[in-house]
Design a protein around this ligand. Sequence first.
Ligand code: FE2
Ligand code: FE2
Length: 438
Amino acid sequence: MFVPLAHAQNLGETLQECPGTLTGSTQPQQIHLQMTDDATVMNVLWATEGRSNGEVEWNGQTATSADYCYNHDVAFHMASMTDLVPDEEVTYRVGSGGDWSEEFTFTPIDSSARHFEWISIADHGDSSEAMDVTEAIIADESAQMVTVSGDIAYADGEQSAWDYWFQEQQDSMTSIPWVTAVGNHENEPGYEFSPYEHRFDSDGQIESEIFWYSRNVPGVHMVFMSTEHDYAPGSTQYSWLEQDLSSVNRDETPFVIVYGHKPMYSSNSYHGSEIELRNALEELYFEHRVNLVIAGHDHFYERTWPVSCVQNGTYVNGANPQHIRGIEGDRFDSYMPPIHLVIGIAGRSAYEELDEPQPEWSAYRENNSYGWTRLVFDGDAGELRFTHHRIDGTIGDQFIIQEAPLKSEDDGGILGIPGFGVTLPLLAMFGAAMRRLR
Ligand SMILES: [Fe+2]
Ligand SMILES: [Fe+2]
């Protein structure tokens, strides 16, 4: 239950559903940016123990917040910073009832930039491993965004866990936006999705009405979908996905990534592949040339080969497709079927049991480490680089997807690099030998 301030007569009425907010500190906490689909507008959300009217100050401007709550005795505030100029740093602070936060800065994302770096995680929570991941994110000064593929705070009905989680991420979330897809742990006993809807604002509506949306960042169209709502053909979400994926301008965003919680490919024995999801959406992703599908849910790391079984259940490029093995990992191109990732390694206890033998579509998997993944769009090189980091500082897996098609050896060299025309047949022979060994 909520009544946004904009439509209420007074604050007491606004927050009457949360009597615990009658008293308590109005010092802003849990401050976090929320990226809108307009590069000139950034929303900021925060919480206070006691109810109050809030405001944000930035670049000499002020805006009042909408103030609201859900059935948890904390008041929430959301305000919009407008007239932002991409790539020009913004200094801001938020205030409630005369109590102000410290000043923070962020740089609005310039969607025409030729370079963009971000971190993707899933299945986070608050374990010591999760804190290691949080610290790594805070220390990463090059990352311009964080995505979470669901299972975020693991509050599971204990609302103070959300308060704690947001406070722990504040140093990062006040300077770069965290953008989320909803997981099964956001569907909480006694609350359903209400805490998620009120604490993350994917549509600027205080209580978000959508669980699927997209954002454009430099070089990449990102789709955030929900595996926790109906996605079958004919559903509202399916229609939206179809429309959204059809409207991507590949000249502006050559790469497309879908973030969602449950994986359509996983060889972990705990949950495994979500076959219903695969049957419903794989063809759509294949048709619209989705490059990466980044999921969590199974608490391990796995990367598939570019894979699609839409043609009568036959895997296309299911094992050892054409690719180049290089020092920075395997290299693929953006015309191949999607590569599926399970990255549920950001802190929750590892699910160690794996399906054996390793399925032919599985390229790399790791079931006993924790960490995060990092992506770089390099527009000048025309490529998307992916790296899987463990909390011990080592790298587990990495690969590259290039925008242009990989040329075949018949073209007399790949990527204009002399010698690859000779190397590739050798790699193919090696690959065939390895296949026979399995
Ligand atoms: Fe999980
Ligand atoms: Fe999950």
